[in-house]
Design a protein around this ligand. Structure first.
Ligand code: FAD
Length: 468
Protein backbone atom coordinates (compact mmCIF):
# COMPACT_ATOMS: atom_id res chain seq x y z
CA UNK A 1 0.00 0.00 0.00
CA UNK A 2 1.19 3.56 -0.75
CA UNK A 3 2.94 5.04 2.27
CA UNK A 4 1.20 8.41 2.55
CA UNK A 5 3.85 10.47 4.28
CA UNK A 6 2.70 13.86 5.58
CA UNK A 7 5.22 15.49 3.25
CA UNK A 8 3.77 13.77 0.21
CA UNK A 9 0.13 14.59 1.07
CA UNK A 10 1.00 18.19 1.86
CA UNK A 11 2.86 18.52 -1.44
CA UNK A 12 -0.06 16.92 -3.32
CA UNK A 13 -2.54 19.30 -1.64
CA UNK A 14 -0.46 22.16 -3.01
CA UNK A 15 -1.01 20.86 -6.55
CA UNK A 16 -4.61 19.63 -6.55
CA UNK A 17 -7.97 20.98 -5.40
CA UNK A 18 -9.43 19.10 -2.41
CA UNK A 19 -12.04 17.35 -4.60
CA UNK A 20 -9.27 16.01 -6.84
CA UNK A 21 -7.85 13.88 -4.02
CA UNK A 22 -9.95 10.95 -2.83
CA UNK A 23 -8.98 9.23 0.42
CA UNK A 24 -12.41 7.95 1.49
CA UNK A 25 -12.45 4.15 1.02
CA UNK A 26 -16.18 4.08 0.30
CA UNK A 27 -15.77 6.54 -2.56
CA UNK A 28 -12.82 4.54 -3.87
CA UNK A 29 -14.71 1.22 -4.01
CA UNK A 30 -16.11 1.47 -7.59
CA UNK A 31 -12.63 2.24 -8.95
CA UNK A 32 -11.12 -0.83 -7.30
CA UNK A 33 -13.43 -3.40 -8.90
CA UNK A 34 -12.94 -4.80 -12.36
CA UNK A 35 -16.02 -4.92 -14.60
CA UNK A 36 -16.51 -8.69 -14.27
CA UNK A 37 -15.49 -8.83 -10.61
CA UNK A 38 -12.36 -10.83 -11.44
CA UNK A 39 -9.94 -8.43 -9.71
CA UNK A 40 -10.39 -6.39 -6.54
CA UNK A 41 -7.80 -3.74 -5.82
CA UNK A 42 -6.63 -1.59 -2.94
CA UNK A 43 -5.21 1.88 -2.60
CA UNK A 44 -5.00 4.59 0.00
CA UNK A 45 -5.47 7.40 -2.49
CA UNK A 46 -6.90 8.31 -5.89
CA UNK A 47 -6.10 11.54 -7.70
CA UNK A 48 -8.24 13.08 -10.46
CA UNK A 49 -6.25 15.89 -12.12
CA UNK A 50 -8.01 18.02 -14.72
CA UNK A 51 -4.98 19.20 -16.69
CA UNK A 52 -1.67 17.94 -18.06
CA UNK A 53 0.13 20.47 -15.89
CA UNK A 54 -1.39 19.09 -12.69
CA UNK A 55 -0.89 15.52 -13.82
CA UNK A 56 2.78 16.19 -14.54
CA UNK A 57 3.23 17.68 -11.05
CA UNK A 58 1.65 14.58 -9.48
CA UNK A 59 3.98 12.27 -11.39
CA UNK A 60 6.99 14.45 -10.46
CA UNK A 61 6.02 14.15 -6.79
CA UNK A 62 5.54 10.39 -7.10
CA UNK A 63 8.97 10.09 -8.72
CA UNK A 64 10.55 12.15 -5.95
CA UNK A 65 8.87 10.08 -3.23
CA UNK A 66 9.31 6.79 -5.15
CA UNK A 67 5.57 6.16 -5.12
CA UNK A 68 4.30 3.77 -7.75
CA UNK A 69 1.30 4.72 -9.90
CA UNK A 70 -1.52 2.72 -11.45
CA UNK A 71 -3.15 4.65 -14.25
CA UNK A 72 -6.88 4.28 -14.88
CA UNK A 73 -9.20 5.57 -17.60
CA UNK A 74 -12.72 4.15 -17.83
CA UNK A 75 -11.90 0.96 -15.89
CA UNK A 76 -13.24 -1.29 -18.66
CA UNK A 77 -9.96 -3.10 -19.29
CA UNK A 78 -10.27 -6.88 -19.25
CA UNK A 79 -6.77 -7.88 -18.11
CA UNK A 80 -6.58 -6.12 -14.74
CA UNK A 81 -3.90 -3.50 -15.54
CA UNK A 82 -6.01 -0.57 -14.28
CA UNK A 83 -6.70 -2.05 -10.83
CA UNK A 84 -4.19 -0.86 -8.19
CA UNK A 85 -2.71 -3.20 -5.61
CA UNK A 86 -1.44 -0.57 -3.22
CA UNK A 87 -0.15 1.98 -5.76
CA UNK A 88 -1.47 5.53 -6.03
CA UNK A 89 -4.45 5.45 -8.41
CA UNK A 90 -4.28 8.13 -11.09
CA UNK A 91 -7.64 8.47 -12.84
CA UNK A 92 -7.93 10.55 -16.03
CA UNK A 93 -11.73 11.02 -16.03
CA UNK A 94 -11.50 14.79 -15.52
CA UNK A 95 -9.20 15.30 -18.49
CA UNK A 96 -11.95 15.26 -21.07
CA UNK A 97 -11.67 18.39 -23.20
CA UNK A 98 -11.64 18.60 -26.98
CA UNK A 99 -8.61 20.75 -27.78
CA UNK A 100 -9.23 21.06 -31.49
CA UNK A 101 -11.20 19.62 -34.37
CA UNK A 102 -9.97 20.18 -37.89
CA UNK A 103 -12.58 19.05 -40.45
CA UNK A 104 -10.26 19.80 -43.41
CA UNK A 105 -7.43 17.62 -42.09
CA UNK A 106 -10.07 15.27 -40.62
CA UNK A 107 -8.37 15.20 -37.23
CA UNK A 108 -9.46 15.74 -33.64
CA UNK A 109 -7.23 16.54 -30.67
CA UNK A 110 -8.71 15.29 -27.41
CA UNK A 111 -7.64 14.73 -23.84
CA UNK A 112 -7.08 11.22 -22.64
CA UNK A 113 -10.05 10.94 -20.29
CA UNK A 114 -12.67 11.58 -22.95
CA UNK A 115 -14.86 8.55 -23.61
CA UNK A 116 -14.91 6.95 -27.04
CA UNK A 117 -18.65 7.62 -27.27
CA UNK A 118 -18.17 11.35 -26.62
CA UNK A 119 -15.56 11.52 -29.39
CA UNK A 120 -17.94 9.67 -31.73
CA UNK A 121 -20.79 12.07 -30.90
CA UNK A 122 -18.67 15.18 -31.53
CA UNK A 123 -17.42 13.77 -34.83
CA UNK A 124 -20.99 13.04 -35.96
CA UNK A 125 -21.82 16.74 -35.47
CA UNK A 126 -19.09 17.48 -38.05
CA UNK A 127 -20.24 14.68 -40.35
CA UNK A 128 -17.04 12.78 -39.59
CA UNK A 129 -16.39 9.26 -38.37
CA UNK A 130 -14.28 8.22 -35.39
CA UNK A 131 -13.78 4.62 -36.44
CA UNK A 132 -12.98 2.85 -33.15
CA UNK A 133 -16.16 1.10 -32.05
CA UNK A 134 -16.24 -1.15 -29.02
CA UNK A 135 -19.14 -2.21 -26.85
CA UNK A 136 -17.55 -0.51 -23.80
CA UNK A 137 -17.26 2.83 -25.65
CA UNK A 138 -19.63 4.64 -23.24
CA UNK A 139 -17.02 4.33 -20.47
CA UNK A 140 -13.71 3.41 -22.15
CA UNK A 141 -11.46 6.43 -22.67
CA UNK A 142 -9.17 7.55 -25.46
CA UNK A 143 -6.15 7.12 -23.15
CA UNK A 144 -7.21 3.58 -22.23
CA UNK A 145 -7.92 2.66 -25.85
CA UNK A 146 -4.48 3.92 -26.91
CA UNK A 147 -2.73 2.30 -23.95
CA UNK A 148 -4.32 -1.05 -24.88
CA UNK A 149 -4.26 -0.50 -28.66
CA UNK A 150 -7.96 -1.40 -28.67
CA UNK A 151 -9.50 -3.18 -31.64
CA UNK A 152 -13.22 -3.77 -31.99
CA UNK A 153 -15.52 -4.27 -34.91
CA UNK A 154 -14.17 -1.78 -37.45
CA UNK A 155 -10.56 -3.05 -37.62
CA UNK A 156 -11.22 -4.87 -40.89
CA UNK A 157 -11.75 -1.53 -42.66
CA UNK A 158 -10.07 1.10 -40.46
CA UNK A 159 -7.41 -0.73 -38.45
CA UNK A 160 -7.05 -0.73 -34.67
CA UNK A 161 -6.34 2.26 -32.44
CA UNK A 162 -2.70 2.36 -33.57
CA UNK A 163 -3.84 3.16 -37.10
CA UNK A 164 -5.78 6.22 -35.91
CA UNK A 165 -3.19 7.90 -33.68
CA UNK A 166 -1.24 10.68 -35.40
CA UNK A 167 0.37 12.17 -32.30
CA UNK A 168 0.47 11.99 -28.50
CA UNK A 169 1.15 14.06 -25.44
CA UNK A 170 2.59 11.96 -22.63
CA UNK A 171 3.68 12.61 -19.06
CA UNK A 172 6.85 10.59 -18.61
CA UNK A 173 7.72 8.67 -15.41
CA UNK A 174 9.93 11.54 -14.18
CA UNK A 175 7.08 14.04 -14.62
CA UNK A 176 8.43 15.69 -17.79
CA UNK A 177 5.95 16.19 -20.64
CA UNK A 178 6.64 14.78 -24.11
CA UNK A 179 4.88 17.08 -26.59
CA UNK A 180 4.35 14.73 -29.52
CA UNK A 181 0.99 16.12 -30.67
CA UNK A 182 1.92 16.35 -34.32
CA UNK A 183 -0.72 15.70 -36.95
CA UNK A 184 1.89 14.97 -39.60
CA UNK A 185 1.46 11.95 -41.83
CA UNK A 186 5.09 12.06 -42.83
CA UNK A 187 7.85 12.55 -40.27
CA UNK A 188 10.82 10.24 -40.66
CA UNK A 189 12.98 11.91 -38.06
CA UNK A 190 14.25 8.73 -36.45
CA UNK A 191 12.22 6.46 -34.18
CA UNK A 192 8.45 6.96 -34.23
CA UNK A 193 8.18 7.45 -30.46
CA UNK A 194 4.39 7.56 -30.24
CA UNK A 195 4.32 3.88 -31.25
CA UNK A 196 6.07 2.97 -28.01
CA UNK A 197 3.15 4.25 -25.95
CA UNK A 198 0.41 2.66 -28.06
CA UNK A 199 -0.24 -0.70 -26.42
CA UNK A 200 2.15 0.02 -23.53
CA UNK A 201 -0.68 -0.38 -20.98
CA UNK A 202 0.47 2.54 -18.87
CA UNK A 203 3.93 1.09 -18.21
CA UNK A 204 5.91 3.86 -19.94
CA UNK A 205 4.02 7.04 -19.08
CA UNK A 206 0.58 8.62 -18.81
CA UNK A 207 -1.03 9.55 -22.12
CA UNK A 208 -2.69 12.93 -21.58
CA UNK A 209 -3.86 13.86 -25.08
CA UNK A 210 -3.94 12.52 -28.62
CA UNK A 211 -4.47 13.75 -32.14
CA UNK A 212 -6.58 11.22 -33.99
CA UNK A 213 -7.28 10.53 -37.64
CA UNK A 214 -10.97 10.73 -38.56
CA UNK A 215 -12.72 9.52 -41.72
CA UNK A 216 -15.62 10.70 -43.85
CA UNK A 217 -18.87 9.51 -42.31
CA UNK A 218 -20.25 6.79 -44.58
CA UNK A 219 -23.38 8.02 -46.32
CA UNK A 220 -25.00 4.59 -46.24
CA UNK A 221 -24.54 1.46 -44.20
CA UNK A 222 -26.17 -1.85 -45.02
CA UNK A 223 -26.31 -4.50 -42.30
CA UNK A 224 -26.95 -8.18 -42.92
CA UNK A 225 -27.17 -11.29 -40.75
CA UNK A 226 -26.39 -14.72 -42.18
CA UNK A 227 -26.91 -18.22 -40.82
CA UNK A 228 -24.23 -20.83 -41.58
CA UNK A 229 -23.56 -24.49 -40.94
CA UNK A 230 -19.93 -24.17 -39.93
CA UNK A 231 -17.06 -21.77 -39.55
CA UNK A 232 -15.46 -22.82 -42.88
CA UNK A 233 -18.60 -21.42 -44.52
CA UNK A 234 -18.09 -18.11 -42.69
CA UNK A 235 -14.60 -17.84 -44.16
CA UNK A 236 -15.97 -18.74 -47.59
CA UNK A 237 -18.57 -16.01 -47.20
CA UNK A 238 -15.88 -13.43 -46.42
CA UNK A 239 -13.93 -14.44 -49.49
CA UNK A 240 -17.11 -14.56 -51.63
CA UNK A 241 -18.08 -11.02 -50.61
CA UNK A 242 -14.56 -9.73 -51.11
CA UNK A 243 -14.19 -11.27 -54.56
CA UNK A 244 -17.53 -9.75 -55.49
CA UNK A 245 -15.66 -6.48 -54.99
CA UNK A 246 -17.26 -5.44 -51.72
CA UNK A 247 -14.11 -3.87 -50.41
CA UNK A 248 -16.34 -1.69 -48.24
CA UNK A 249 -16.97 -4.45 -45.68
CA UNK A 250 -16.64 -2.67 -42.35
CA UNK A 251 -17.70 -5.44 -39.96
CA UNK A 252 -17.55 -9.20 -40.26
CA UNK A 253 -18.48 -10.67 -36.91
CA UNK A 254 -18.84 -14.34 -36.02
CA UNK A 255 -21.46 -15.40 -33.48
CA UNK A 256 -21.79 -19.06 -32.50
CA UNK A 257 -25.16 -20.64 -31.75
CA UNK A 258 -24.33 -20.68 -28.02
CA UNK A 259 -23.33 -17.00 -28.04
CA UNK A 260 -26.58 -16.00 -29.77
CA UNK A 261 -28.64 -18.14 -27.42
CA UNK A 262 -27.28 -16.40 -24.28
CA UNK A 263 -28.17 -13.01 -25.76
CA UNK A 264 -31.68 -14.14 -26.72
CA UNK A 265 -32.15 -15.58 -23.24
CA UNK A 266 -30.72 -12.69 -21.19
CA UNK A 267 -31.25 -9.52 -23.23
CA UNK A 268 -34.80 -8.23 -22.93
CA UNK A 269 -36.53 -7.34 -26.20
CA UNK A 270 -34.04 -9.31 -28.29
CA UNK A 271 -35.41 -11.35 -31.18
CA UNK A 272 -33.80 -14.17 -33.15
CA UNK A 273 -33.10 -13.14 -36.75
CA UNK A 274 -34.33 -16.55 -38.02
CA UNK A 275 -36.83 -19.11 -36.77
CA UNK A 276 -34.16 -21.87 -36.97
CA UNK A 277 -30.91 -21.75 -35.01
CA UNK A 278 -27.69 -22.11 -37.00
CA UNK A 279 -24.35 -23.48 -35.83
CA UNK A 280 -22.80 -20.10 -36.66
CA UNK A 281 -24.02 -16.65 -37.59
CA UNK A 282 -22.25 -13.75 -39.24
CA UNK A 283 -23.10 -10.08 -38.85
CA UNK A 284 -21.76 -8.22 -41.85
CA UNK A 285 -21.83 -4.51 -42.44
CA UNK A 286 -21.12 -2.76 -45.75
CA UNK A 287 -20.44 0.93 -46.17
CA UNK A 288 -22.30 1.32 -49.42
CA UNK A 289 -25.72 2.09 -50.86
CA UNK A 290 -25.61 -0.81 -53.32
CA UNK A 291 -28.50 -2.67 -51.71
CA UNK A 292 -29.37 -4.64 -54.84
CA UNK A 293 -25.78 -5.79 -55.42
CA UNK A 294 -25.55 -7.01 -51.83
CA UNK A 295 -28.87 -8.77 -52.08
CA UNK A 296 -27.62 -10.50 -55.23
CA UNK A 297 -24.30 -11.51 -53.63
CA UNK A 298 -26.11 -12.99 -50.62
CA UNK A 299 -28.65 -14.76 -52.87
CA UNK A 300 -25.76 -16.30 -54.77
CA UNK A 301 -24.14 -17.35 -51.47
CA UNK A 302 -27.45 -19.03 -50.55
CA UNK A 303 -27.73 -20.71 -53.94
CA UNK A 304 -24.23 -22.19 -53.86
CA UNK A 305 -24.69 -23.33 -50.29
CA UNK A 306 -22.25 -21.06 -48.45
CA UNK A 307 -24.99 -19.73 -46.20
CA UNK A 308 -28.28 -21.26 -45.17
CA UNK A 309 -30.22 -18.10 -44.37
CA UNK A 310 -29.82 -14.34 -44.67
CA UNK A 311 -31.64 -11.17 -43.73
CA UNK A 312 -30.78 -7.59 -44.66
CA UNK A 313 -31.91 -4.81 -42.32
CA UNK A 314 -34.51 -2.58 -44.00
CA UNK A 315 -34.28 0.26 -41.50
CA UNK A 316 -31.88 1.73 -38.97
CA UNK A 317 -34.02 0.19 -36.22
CA UNK A 318 -33.58 -3.28 -37.71
CA UNK A 319 -29.83 -2.71 -38.18
CA UNK A 320 -29.49 -1.57 -34.55
CA UNK A 321 -31.35 -4.66 -33.36
CA UNK A 322 -28.95 -6.94 -35.26
CA UNK A 323 -25.94 -5.05 -33.96
CA UNK A 324 -27.28 -5.29 -30.39
CA UNK A 325 -27.30 -9.09 -30.69
CA UNK A 326 -23.54 -8.99 -31.28
CA UNK A 327 -22.66 -6.15 -28.93
CA UNK A 328 -24.43 -7.63 -25.92
CA UNK A 329 -22.81 -11.05 -25.91
CA UNK A 330 -20.28 -10.11 -23.19
CA UNK A 331 -22.97 -8.71 -20.90
CA UNK A 332 -25.39 -11.58 -21.62
CA UNK A 333 -22.82 -14.18 -20.54
CA UNK A 334 -22.75 -12.84 -16.99
CA UNK A 335 -25.97 -14.48 -15.73
CA UNK A 336 -24.80 -17.82 -17.15
CA UNK A 337 -22.32 -18.31 -14.30
CA UNK A 338 -18.58 -18.90 -14.43
CA UNK A 339 -16.76 -18.20 -17.67
CA UNK A 340 -13.18 -18.82 -18.74
CA UNK A 341 -12.40 -16.30 -21.46
CA UNK A 342 -9.70 -16.08 -24.10
CA UNK A 343 -8.95 -13.21 -26.45
CA UNK A 344 -6.99 -14.88 -29.22
CA UNK A 345 -6.11 -14.40 -32.85
CA UNK A 346 -5.19 -16.96 -35.47
CA UNK A 347 -4.36 -17.05 -39.16
CA UNK A 348 -7.81 -17.18 -40.82
CA UNK A 349 -7.13 -20.53 -42.44
CA UNK A 350 -6.31 -22.15 -39.07
CA UNK A 351 -9.56 -21.16 -37.35
CA UNK A 352 -11.77 -24.12 -38.37
CA UNK A 353 -9.18 -26.68 -37.28
CA UNK A 354 -8.49 -24.81 -34.06
CA UNK A 355 -12.19 -24.77 -33.13
CA UNK A 356 -12.68 -28.42 -33.98
CA UNK A 357 -9.58 -29.67 -32.18
CA UNK A 358 -10.16 -27.51 -29.09
CA UNK A 359 -13.80 -28.52 -28.77
CA UNK A 360 -12.85 -32.20 -28.86
CA UNK A 361 -10.13 -31.87 -26.23
CA UNK A 362 -12.12 -29.67 -23.85
CA UNK A 363 -15.37 -31.63 -24.16
CA UNK A 364 -13.43 -34.79 -23.40
CA UNK A 365 -11.82 -33.41 -20.23
CA UNK A 366 -14.65 -31.10 -19.12
CA UNK A 367 -17.89 -32.57 -20.46
CA UNK A 368 -20.82 -30.18 -20.73
CA UNK A 369 -18.65 -27.05 -21.22
CA UNK A 370 -20.58 -24.53 -23.30
CA UNK A 371 -18.59 -22.94 -26.14
CA UNK A 372 -19.61 -19.30 -26.34
CA UNK A 373 -17.44 -18.35 -29.30
CA UNK A 374 -17.72 -15.03 -31.09
CA UNK A 375 -15.45 -12.32 -32.40
CA UNK A 376 -14.05 -10.24 -35.18
CA UNK A 377 -13.62 -13.06 -37.68
CA UNK A 378 -12.46 -10.72 -40.43
CA UNK A 379 -9.35 -10.00 -38.31
CA UNK A 380 -8.91 -13.62 -37.17
CA UNK A 381 -9.76 -12.48 -33.62
CA UNK A 382 -11.92 -14.80 -31.54
CA UNK A 383 -13.33 -14.35 -28.08
CA UNK A 384 -13.08 -18.00 -27.16
CA UNK A 385 -15.22 -18.12 -24.05
CA UNK A 386 -16.08 -21.27 -22.17
CA UNK A 387 -19.13 -21.27 -19.91
CA UNK A 388 -19.51 -23.63 -16.98
CA UNK A 389 -21.48 -26.82 -17.59
CA UNK A 390 -25.01 -26.48 -16.20
CA UNK A 391 -24.47 -29.30 -13.68
CA UNK A 392 -21.05 -28.20 -12.40
CA UNK A 393 -20.37 -25.74 -9.60
CA UNK A 394 -18.93 -22.44 -10.93
CA UNK A 395 -15.96 -22.42 -8.55
CA UNK A 396 -15.11 -26.00 -9.49
CA UNK A 397 -15.10 -25.00 -13.17
CA UNK A 398 -12.95 -21.93 -12.45
CA UNK A 399 -10.45 -24.05 -10.56
CA UNK A 400 -9.55 -25.52 -13.97
CA UNK A 401 -8.91 -22.07 -15.44
CA UNK A 402 -5.12 -22.38 -15.65
CA UNK A 403 -5.29 -25.86 -17.11
CA UNK A 404 -7.90 -24.90 -19.72
CA UNK A 405 -6.17 -21.64 -20.64
CA UNK A 406 -2.85 -23.42 -21.13
CA UNK A 407 -4.55 -25.91 -23.46
CA UNK A 408 -6.09 -23.07 -25.47
CA UNK A 409 -2.99 -20.89 -25.60
CA UNK A 410 -0.68 -23.82 -26.41
CA UNK A 411 -2.72 -24.66 -29.49
CA UNK A 412 -3.01 -21.01 -30.49
CA UNK A 413 0.77 -20.68 -30.25
CA UNK A 414 1.34 -23.92 -32.17
CA UNK A 415 -0.90 -22.64 -34.96
CA UNK A 416 0.94 -19.31 -35.25
CA UNK A 417 -1.61 -17.20 -33.39
CA UNK A 418 -1.53 -14.74 -30.50
CA UNK A 419 -2.71 -15.34 -26.92
CA UNK A 420 -3.54 -11.60 -26.55
CA UNK A 421 -5.29 -10.28 -29.65
CA UNK A 422 -6.79 -7.00 -28.46
CA UNK A 423 -7.21 -6.70 -24.68
CA UNK A 424 -3.50 -6.71 -23.81
CA UNK A 425 -1.42 -8.46 -21.15
CA UNK A 426 -2.23 -6.55 -17.94
CA UNK A 427 -1.65 -8.81 -14.98
CA UNK A 428 -3.72 -11.63 -16.48
CA UNK A 429 -1.26 -12.86 -19.08
CA UNK A 430 2.16 -12.21 -17.58
CA UNK A 431 2.93 -15.94 -17.37
CA UNK A 432 1.89 -16.35 -20.99
CA UNK A 433 4.37 -13.62 -21.95
CA UNK A 434 7.15 -15.69 -20.38
CA UNK A 435 5.93 -18.83 -22.03
CA UNK A 436 5.18 -17.75 -25.58
CA UNK A 437 6.94 -14.46 -26.34
CA UNK A 438 10.36 -14.84 -27.92
CA UNK A 439 13.22 -14.25 -25.44
CA UNK A 440 14.72 -11.72 -27.85
CA UNK A 441 11.42 -9.81 -28.04
CA UNK A 442 11.01 -9.86 -24.26
CA UNK A 443 14.58 -8.62 -23.76
CA UNK A 444 13.96 -5.67 -26.09
CA UNK A 445 10.73 -4.81 -24.26
CA UNK A 446 12.46 -4.92 -20.87
CA UNK A 447 15.25 -2.70 -22.23
CA UNK A 448 12.67 -0.10 -23.36
CA UNK A 449 10.92 -0.20 -19.97
CA UNK A 450 14.26 0.13 -18.15
CA UNK A 451 15.36 3.06 -20.34
CA UNK A 452 12.13 5.03 -19.94
CA UNK A 453 11.06 4.08 -16.43
CA UNK A 454 14.23 2.97 -14.59
CA UNK A 455 12.58 3.22 -11.16
CA UNK A 456 9.56 1.17 -12.25
CA UNK A 457 7.08 3.84 -11.16
CA UNK A 458 4.47 3.38 -13.90
CA UNK A 459 2.08 0.42 -13.62
CA UNK A 460 4.88 -1.65 -12.08
CA UNK A 461 3.01 -4.97 -11.98
CA UNK A 462 1.76 -4.84 -15.57
CA UNK A 463 3.11 -6.78 -18.61
CA UNK A 464 6.39 -7.87 -16.98
CA UNK A 465 7.01 -10.54 -14.37
CA UNK A 466 8.51 -8.91 -11.29
CA UNK A 467 11.51 -10.43 -9.57
CA UNK A 468 10.46 -12.28 -6.39
C1 FAD B 1 -18.25 -4.94 -22.66
C2 FAD B 1 -16.83 -4.75 -23.08
C3 FAD B 1 -16.50 -4.85 -24.43
C4 FAD B 1 -15.19 -4.64 -24.85
N1 FAD B 1 -14.90 -4.76 -26.17
C5 FAD B 1 -13.65 -4.55 -26.59
C6 FAD B 1 -13.32 -4.67 -27.98
O1 FAD B 1 -14.16 -4.98 -28.82
N2 FAD B 1 -12.05 -4.45 -28.35
C7 FAD B 1 -11.07 -4.12 -27.44
O2 FAD B 1 -9.93 -3.91 -27.84
N3 FAD B 1 -11.35 -4.01 -26.12
C8 FAD B 1 -12.60 -4.22 -25.68
N4 FAD B 1 -12.89 -4.13 -24.34
C9 FAD B 1 -11.79 -3.83 -23.38
C10 FAD B 1 -11.66 -2.36 -22.97
O3 FAD B 1 -12.86 -1.66 -23.12
C11 FAD B 1 -10.55 -1.69 -23.77
O4 FAD B 1 -9.31 -2.27 -23.42
C12 FAD B 1 -10.46 -0.17 -23.52
O5 FAD B 1 -9.60 0.36 -24.46
C13 FAD B 1 -9.97 0.21 -22.13
O6 FAD B 1 -10.17 1.60 -21.94
P1 FAD B 1 -10.36 2.21 -20.47
O7 FAD B 1 -10.38 3.69 -20.57
O8 FAD B 1 -11.51 1.60 -19.78
O9 FAD B 1 -8.99 1.77 -19.79
P2 FAD B 1 -8.75 1.17 -18.35
O10 FAD B 1 -9.50 -0.10 -18.18
O11 FAD B 1 -8.96 2.18 -17.32
O12 FAD B 1 -7.19 0.84 -18.47
C14 FAD B 1 -6.72 -0.15 -19.35
C15 FAD B 1 -5.17 -0.11 -19.38
O13 FAD B 1 -4.75 1.13 -19.95
C16 FAD B 1 -3.97 1.89 -19.01
N5 FAD B 1 -4.36 3.29 -19.18
C17 FAD B 1 -5.61 3.82 -19.10
N6 FAD B 1 -5.57 5.13 -19.38
C18 FAD B 1 -4.27 5.45 -19.64
C19 FAD B 1 -3.59 6.65 -19.97
N7 FAD B 1 -4.25 7.80 -20.11
N8 FAD B 1 -2.25 6.60 -20.16
C20 FAD B 1 -1.56 5.44 -20.02
N9 FAD B 1 -2.16 4.27 -19.69
C21 FAD B 1 -3.50 4.28 -19.50
C22 FAD B 1 -4.32 1.31 -17.65
O14 FAD B 1 -3.28 1.49 -16.72
C23 FAD B 1 -4.55 -0.16 -17.99
O15 FAD B 1 -3.32 -0.83 -18.06
C24 FAD B 1 -14.18 -4.35 -23.89
C25 FAD B 1 -14.52 -4.24 -22.54
C26 FAD B 1 -15.82 -4.44 -22.13
C27 FAD B 1 -16.14 -4.31 -20.66
Amino acid sequence: MVELSTNFVTALSGVLDPDEIILDQEKLTPYLKEWRGRWHGKTAIMVLPNSTEKLAKIVTLCAEHQIAITCQGGNTGLVGGQIPQGELLLNTARMSAVRNIDPKAMTITVEAGMTLQSVTDICVEHNLLFALQIASGGSATIGGAIATNAGGMGVLRYGNMRAMVLGLEVVMPDGKVWHGLSGLHKDNTGYDLKQLFIGSEGTLGVITAAILQLFPKPANIITAWCGLQNVEAALQLLSHLRTNSFSQISKFELISKQALSVVLKNLSDSRAPFSDAHAYNVLVEFETDEFVAIEEALSLALEIGIITDAVIAKSQKEADALLALRENISAAQKPEGAAIKHDISLPLSAIPQFLQQMQMVISDKFPGTRFCVFGHLGDGNLHYNLLQPADVNGDEFLSARDQITSMVHDLVHEMGGSFAAEHGIGIAKIDDMQRYKSPVGLKMMRAVKQAIDPDNIMNPRVIFKQPN
